[in-house]
Design a protein. Structure first.
Length: 254
């Protein structure tokens, strides 16, 4: 039989978790309650249906930046973890420092950079400015350092694999969990991105959903807020097992 103290501790943990889950669900419940009072027609017909233009722009922006972000993060993590890269410690330290810099501080330098290459007020400029994801790169480094042993890499080199061959035949097949977790966090950040679109996009016809919903303040903001929330929730529900596996794989050595 289990000791009474262990049963009490388990019950206390469960009660605490349920209480925290209830607290975090209050804003979502409020959104649902308030959305029932909203009318969807004024939203979709506003300004000759510009809502659908924002939706299209958001899809292009998020899809393109997400593809670039995941590809560069996974590749960079593999290179830093597996290959003999000069100044590896400096690169990792720079990645950590970049993670600590708030996006508000990066907005103006990125604006100047994008403006100098004549991509200001364009989706392409926003995509390029939003594609960097230092957290994903560092997470990929930790993941590959844990799940890709040096013995396996050595066997691959004995078989004649190049660096790219090791990445293709060993790194990518082991990256399903990593790609899922990097995709999820990158998607959430891009889908809810506000600061960079606010700075880089001036023309309302080129705006994205996170900026466009401001015009509906007081007349449908809650409804669109739920619409902005749904994709992230659906993505998490569809990949939660893979995400959890990726988190635990990166946390364990071996």
């Amino acid at each position: 039989m289990k000791p009474i103290n262990q049963d009490r501790n388990a019950s206390l943990i469960k009660i605490t978790l349920w209480f925290m889950a209830f607290l975090t669900s209050i804003p979502f419940l409020w959104l649902i309650k308030d959305a029932g009072r909203m009318i969807f027609a004024p939203v979709i017909y506003y300004d000759n249906g510009i809502f659908f233009v924002w939706l299209k722009n958001t899809s292009i922006f998020v899809g393109s930046a997400l593809l670039i972000s995941v590809l560069t993060c996974v590749t960079a993590g593999f290179v830093m973890a597996v290959l003999n890269v000069p100044f590896r410690r400096f690169l990792l330290f720079s990645t950590l420092v970049t993670m600590l810099i708030p996006i508000t501080s990066m907005a103006m330098p990125l604006y100047v950079l994008i403006d100098r290459i004549n991509l200001n007020n364009t989706l392409l400029g926003l995509i390029l400015a939003s594609s960097y994801f230092p957290f994903g790169a560092f997470l990929s480094y930790l993941y590959y350092s844990s799940v890709l042993p040096q013995e396996l890499i050595g066997m691959g080199r004995i078989d004649g694999l190049t660096d790219f061959g090791i990445y293709r035949h060993l790194g990518i097949p082991l990256s399903k969990s990593l790609i899922s977790i990097v995709t999820f966090f990158s998607f959430v950040g891009l889908w809810n991105s506000y600061q960079l679109p606010r700075v880089l996009l001036i023309d309302p016809s080129r705006s994205v959903m996170s900026i466009g919903i401001e015009v509906f303040y007081g007349q449908g903001t809650t409804l669109i807020g739920i619409m902005m929330l749904i994709p992230s929730v659906l993505l998490y529900l569809a990949s939660q097992k893979t995400i959890a596996r990726g988190i635990f794989s990166g946390a364990m050595k071996g």
